[in-house]
Design a protein around this ligand. Structure first.
Ligand code: ZN
Length: 377
């Protein structure tokens, strides 16, 4: 059965690729948000105070990998200092280095890729016959916050990370203000799931391949609770800085991790750091997927910054202000890889948004939950 899964995946991708650009869903999206044509749209655009890209606790996560090495070194020299680092680490998301993959590598993926185990943070590019490189927009590669190239300022590139530009098929708001969570699954996701269950609220979780294979049971539990699982790439790279092949690798491996765990192909995709432009969109569309951005960023990861620029109270105040300003519409960006940001999410759920009804992304836009769901093997 499994071997048909990958073939079916490819078929579905190819079909959705053909259908996507003119699908009724895209039209209804445009209608719903009053985007009358396919022109890119800049929203919330203020170059003077624009915080160019959202980050995430994953920055700290990958620093934590380096900190693991630092601890080993420090253990040899200075125990007090290493304890301090360990205390700091307890606030950090689980480092992939310290949690080996738990999910078996499926046979259908071995048959397709010739590999026998899940890749590291730099997944190999595996060619897919439904990807047409001629359809990939030719735009310059850029690093995070490096937005000086004039083309990045233009609608041709429509960069969200540089200038909050959104395209006709990007999702960036919702008729009912709704939370979304990135960077999981993590052991802390469970606490969030319990809180959501008590509130009878479904949410959207944008998951990382490297975390899915380490915490597959949390992924399965999230799915079983009725939450919508979206892709957040394989290992949280800033996509505009990657080659086309590297971008495809980040997307395909994330889909395979989701398929191997949840028996489905995702429809909704959140680019790490909001890093998306028309080159990345032209790849994403060939997978039949759509980008989900946001119109409110909690910047919850800034709480973890030692400079203490932001704390819980700042976030609650900002969410409340946004809710009032936007008349209870919008998509809120949060993270579920760290206990402290999960606690913030629960407080927003229970006390800031209170009895307000939230929607999942497909419910926000009247779209499908997944491109395809397979029967359990
Ligand atoms: Zn993220």
């Amino acid at each position: 059965m499994k071997k048909f899964k990958i073939i079916l995946s490819i078929l579905i991708f190819s079909i959705s690729n053909v259908v996507l650009s003119l699908s009724p869903e895209s039209y209804s999206l445009s209608k719903r948000f009053g985007i009358s044509s396919f022109k890119p749209k800049l929203f919330n655009f203020n170059p003077n105070d624009h915080q160019s890209t959202s980050s995430s606790p994953l920055n700290n996560n990958f620093n934590a990998i380096n900190n693991d090495e630092a601890i080993t070194k420090n253990n040899n020299n200075n125990n007090d200092n290493s304890e301090h680092i360990i205390n700091q680490l307890s606030e950090m998301p689980p480092s992939p280095m310290r949690f080996p993959p738990k999910l078996p590598f499926p046979k259908w993926l071995t048959d397709f890729t010739g590999l026998k185990e899940w890749p590291d943070l730099n997944p190999p590019y595996i060619p897919l016959d439904f990807i047409n490189f001629n359809k990939i927009e030719d735009l310059p590669i850029h690093k995070q916050s490096q937005c000086s190239n004039p083309i990045l300022r233009s609608p041709i590139a429509c960069s969200f990370d540089c200038f909050n530009c959104v395209e006709f098929d990007d999702i960036y708001t919702c008729p009912k203000i709704s939370q979304t969570f990135d960077d999981g699954p993590s052991p802390h996701t469970k606490k969030l799931l319990n809180a959501l269950k008590q509130k009878n609220t479904k949410t959207t979780l944008f998951t990382l391949g490297v975390n899915i294979i380490r915490f597959p049971e949390i992924y399965k539990e999230s799915l079983a609770e009725g939450h919508i699982m979206g892709s957040h790439t394989w290992s949280h790279k800033f996509l505009p800085s990657l080659t086309n092949q590297e971008i495809i690798a980040q997307i395909e491996w994330s889909i395979w991790a989701m398929n191997a765990t949840g028996n489905h192909l995702p429809k909704w995709f959140r680019p790490p750091y909001g890093g998306i432009d028309n080159r990345i969109r032209s790849i994403l569309r060939q997978f039949g997927m759509q980008a989900v951005l946001w119109d409110f960023d909690t910047f919850d990861w800034k709480m973890l910054d030692n400079s203490n620029l932001r704390n819980e109270k700042d976030i609650y105040k900002d969410v409340l202000d946004f809710k009032n300003l936007k008349q209870s519409k919008g998509i809120i960006l949060e993270h579920d890889a760290i206990l402290r940001t999960v606690d913030v999410g629960i407080e927003i759920l229970n006390n800031i948004l209170g009895d307000h009804e939230q929607l999942t992304i497909p419910k926000c836009v009247g779209g499908i939950d997944y491109i395809k769901t397979f029967d359990n093997p």
